[in-house]
Design a protein around this ligand. Structure first.
Ligand SMILES: [Zn+2]
Length: 273
């Protein structure tokens, strides 16, 4: 927090998380950066708006099928899902919208959907989301740097104007952020470390570090959860599996962990449905 109590500043190094999620999902071309940036953005939104709750950020396009999902959990980690049709695997940020879902303290889901500004990237989508849906004055940027196919570095920052300080500090901070320039340039200069990013962002502005937390790739799938998903299938499908009497092999869409579900477990589902 800045010492004048006008701003809260958050920076994240998501390199390892993003690298792992990209390895599991293997997006190609321009989809890689959109997906990578979305993962970093979801972490920033969670750490700012709901640090102890799960946050999901989804990019979709108005007239096309396919979506990119970032799913971040306070203790389990962050995972992602790329669901693009095989014949058009690319996700251009045109006609796109960003949907963010997070749980509130009373258990209800807060959901916001914004259009990605024309020609905008994930950073622009996040700014729009914070402005329109959360109604908090925010400066936010996320970036991913690739070396060939490898994620060299990924990270971002979020600066939030605290309530009750008027709008004058925001104009000053916006100018500071303009001077700071493109986040990718800082990542390229090896400044993905959150403390280095914050020092470069705030430069002459006095501030105090309040806390930090660990980030990791993680998936919270389990055989029970997959069975839960299977129980939503039509009863005839489950009967089919049971009749064939084979061990059902399924893998988690997020992390690709393999599960083997014996017919006996499916018989249980038959009884429930
Ligand atoms: Zn999983």
């Amino acid at each position: 927090m800045t010492d004048d109590a006008a701003f809260r500043v958050m920076a994240v190094n998501t390199t390892l998380t993003v690298r792992e999620a990209l390895t599991r999902q293997a997006p190609t071309g321009i989809t890689r950066k959109a997906f990578a940036d979305l993962l970093t953005g979801a972490v920033l939104v969670r750490e700012t708006m709901a640090p102890n709750q799960r946050v999901q950020a989804i990019l979709k396009r108005r007239k096309e099928t396919g979506s990119l999902v970032a799913d971040t959990h306070p203790t389990e980690g962050t995972r992602g899902l790329v669901s693009m049709p095989a014949k058009s695997p690319q996700f251009p940020m045109t006609d796109a919208m960003l949907q963010v879902m997070r749980r509130l303290h009373d258990g209800k889901i807060h959901q916001g959907v914004v259009d990605v500004p024309n020609g905008g990237d994930v950073s622009a989508a996040l700014r729009e989301y914070m402005r329109v849906s959360e109604q908090v004055d925010t400066l936010v940027a996320v970036g991913t740097l690739f070396h060939g196919d490898e994620v060299a570095s990924a990270g971002g920052y979020l600066i939030q104007l605290l309530p009750g300080v008027g709008t004058a500090p925001m104009a000053f901070m916006s100018e500071r952020v303009r001077e700071f320039g493109d986040i990718d340039a800082h990542l390229a200069a090896g400044k993905a470390e959150p403390r280095a990013l914050i020092a470069a962002l705030l430069e002459q502005i006095p501030y105090t570090e309040l806390s930090d937390s660990e980030l990791k790739f993680g998936c919270w799938c389990s055989a029970e959860r997959l069975l839960g998903a299977l129980s939503t299938l039509p009863k005839s499908d489950i009967d089919d599996f049971v009749q064939r009497g084979e061990v059902l092999e399924i893998s988690c869409d997020y992390c690709h962990r393999q599960y083997r579900i014996p017919p006996a477990k499916l018989v249980g589902l038959q009884l429930e449905s």
